[in-house]
Design a protein around this ligand. Sequence first.
Ligand code: MRU
Length: 339
Amino acid sequence: MRVQGRHLRAVDWDARKQAVVWIDQNALPFRFVLRHTRDPEEVARAIETMSVRGAPTIGAAAALGLALVWQHMPAQWEKWKQRFLRTRPTAVNLFHAVAWMDAGFQAREDPVARAMAWLEREVAAHKAIGEHAAALLARAGNRILTHCNAGWLAAVDWGTALAGIYRLHAEGEQVHVWVNETRPRGQGARLTVWELAQEGIAHTLQVDAAAAALMRAGEVDAVIVGADRIARNGDVANKIGTYMLAVLAQAHGIPFYVAAPTSTMDDNCPHGEAIPIEMRAKEELCMVEGVDEEGIVQRVRISQAEHVRNPAFDVTPCALIDAIITEQGIWRPSSSCSR
Ligand code: MRU
């Protein structure tokens, strides 16, 4: 995808610097910052602090971080594998990417080539998802609601939920995207709005709680979201608030689609209740960040709450999902869904 006329990926290998390079998603949309490192600990911290985020981008960052370990400290391989596996618990792409790197390490392949093969596979998958999703969305209508950020920032390139929208736009279709703010971290307000603006796609931001009334008013033709882990039966873990949207979509007869590469599937997980849900710090709810009138980034407290519950994800039961769109095509879990 292009940023200020330059083709960039959310995370990549910088061959000249022999370093991992990524877009600092915590700085967006106020500042555009590219970070470079040859230190795997910095990559692991970037995942933990959500400087890189979104399931496929997390997996790609871990693959590249492990390429650094393999190049510079191969004797510490096992320790670093565990370090990366502990960074975030829900997005299964991370676990698959670490297993992919481990198999390459055992087979004595080239570290960077092995990591880049993971990235290329993901990017090709997202491009194919875009083609399948565009066909479904074109039939549903052009007013599309999305939650969180499942664009190219979250998915190395192209995006998952947004890939179909980018594809339709490239084909000259008029699309309008309703962007849910996505409390508490505001991935919709901060990142999806920024991405759609870069691509010149019409969009409107709304608070998460506005989705029900918007659907009732007949203003939404389809809902499309990404995923962090898909269980064997088709239950989907995604950003907190996704389940609520699926219930609402069903109540209003609106198609609810999930777009994700097969690297987001967890065959070891029989159903959604077995998916580990990350609980995050209470500061994410109690503090907000923004820029003041001088453009200086400020963090301010908005709540004194002592007890805060902050799950980062929820699980949408397969029965509420009209289609899961992967690079392999369309899966309709609600027709065969167990539980
Ligand atoms: O906590 P985040 O911002 O990493 O959560 C991201 C999401 O929930 C996305 O919807 C998901 O990873 C799919 S991204 C292509």
